[in-house]
Design a protein around this ligand. Sequence first.
Ligand SMILES: Cc1cc2nc3c(=O)[nH]c(=O)nc-3n(C[C@H](O)[C@H](O)[C@H](O)COP(=O)(O)OP(=O)(O)OC[C@H]3O[C@@H](n4cnc5c(N)ncnc54)[C@H](O)[C@@H]3O)c2cc1C
Length: 407
Amino acid sequence: MAAREHYLIVGGSAAGVAAAFALRRSGFEGQVTVVEAGAELPYERPPLSKALGTGEAASLRPIVPAEDYRAAAVGLRLRSRVDRLDPARRTAWLCDGSALRADRILLATGASARRLTIPGSDLPGVMTLRDADDARRLAVAISAGGPVVVIGGGFIGMEVAAAARAAGCAVTVVEAAALPLVGALGRPLAELVTALHREHGVHVRTGASAEAFHGSGTVGEVRLSTGERLPAAAVVVGVGVVPNDTLAAAAGIRCDGGIVVDLQGRTSHPWIRAAGDVTVQPHPHLATAGRIEHWDNALRQGAVAGAAMAGGLRVHDGLPYFWSEQYGLTLQVLGRPRTGDELLLRPGAGPRRFLALWRRGGAVVAAAGLDTVRDLAAARKLIETRAMVSAGKLLDPATDLRLLARS
Ligand SMILES: Cc1cc2nc3c(=O)[nH]c(=O)nc-3n(C[C@H](O)[C@H](O)[C@H](O)COP(=O)(O)OP(=O)(O)OC[C@H]3O[C@@H](n4cnc5c(N)ncnc54)[C@H](O)[C@@H]3O)c2cc1C
C-alpha cells in the first residue's frame, strides 16, 4: 500500500472515529483525515440525555483524548462539512469551497433528530436532543423548573423524562402507541418500565399525539389529538431520527432509508464505504436489513469498515447491544427479539428489576434486563453460543444463569 494514499472519513463521531483508529491498527500508513461538521472534539452522545439535570451537561466526554489523534497521525478537521462528493474525480467538496482528493472514503454521517411539522414547532422552547448544543439548551430549560412535556416515549424521551423528574420538574410523556418503548421491548417489559416512570411521578399519556404547540414568544402549551391541553415551559420532541444520507444519495450511492451497505460497509460504489447510524445493514440478527441506531453498533461497524478499507477481512455481525439509564438503573438489551419469539420473564420481575430472555427454535436469541448487569453478561454467552435451554429451566428461579452460561 502506497504511503501517500489518503483516506477520508466524513463524520467524526462513534463510527468515524472508530474507523480512523482501526485504519491505523490495521497498518494503514497513508494519510487519514476525519472531517466533522461540529465544533467539538468528538464526544460520546449517550451521556447527553443522562446527565441533563446534574450540571454535567456542559462537560463532554471525548471518544478518545485529543492527544491520541496526534499520536496516531489522524487529521481532525472540525467545523468542516462535506457538501458534495464527486466519485468520478475521487473528490469531496467542503463547505468553504475547498476540495479534498481521497483514494477511499467512509461516510459516517450519522442521523439527525426527526422534527415535527405541526403548528408551533418553531417556537422557542420546543427542542430536540442530538448534540451537545441541544443538551446544553435542554439542561438550562430543565433547571428553570418545567413543566416539561416529552413528545415520544422512545429511549431518548424516557431518559429525558427521568432526568427532568430527578431535577424536580413536572413531566408528561405523550406517546401515540399503547405504551412507551413497546416497539423495542414488547408489552410486558414496556409495562414495567412505564410503571417505573409512574412511580417517579411522570404523567404518561398514551394513545395521543401532539397536534400543536402554543405560546406567545416561547412555548407555553401543547395541544393533543384528544383536545387536551398540557402546560409546558419546555417541550422535548423525541420521535426518532432520520439518517443523514443526502450526501450519498446525491452522489448516486444506493440509499433506502439510509445508505445500503454489506457486512464490511461496502456501498454501491467501490470508492465509498459507510458505517454507523446512517447505514442500512444486512445484519444476521435482524429479520430484514435495517438501521441499528446504537452506540456500540457504530463503534464496532466503524472499526470493521475502517479495517476493511485497509484490506481486513472481518465482517460486522456481532450481537446488537444497547443500554439506557433511567433513575440510576441500567436497562440493557442484547439481540433483536422478533415477532413470534417466545418471551420468558424470569420470576421476581418488577418495575425496578427484571430479566427477560427470548427463545427462537429452542435457542436463546435475545435478552433484556433492568439492573441485572451480571446476568446480562451470562445471557450474552447463552446467545452467542446459541444455547438450547428449555423454557422451564430459564424460568426456574433456582437456575443460576451464570453457572448455566459456564456449563
Ligand atoms: C442523547 C442521546 C443519547 C443516546 N444514548 C444512547 C445509549 O444510551 N445507548 C446507545 O446504545 N445509544 C445511544 N444513543 C445513540 C448513539 O449515540 C448513536 O447510535 C451514535 O451516536 C451513532 O454514531 P454515528 O457515528 O453513526 O453517528 P452520529 O453520532 O450521528 O455522528 C455523525 C457525525 O457526522 C457529522 N456529519 C454529518 N454530516 C456531515 C458532513 N456532511 N460533513 C461533516 N460531518 C458531518 C455530524 O456532525 C455528527 O457529528 C444516544 C443518542 C443520543 C443523541
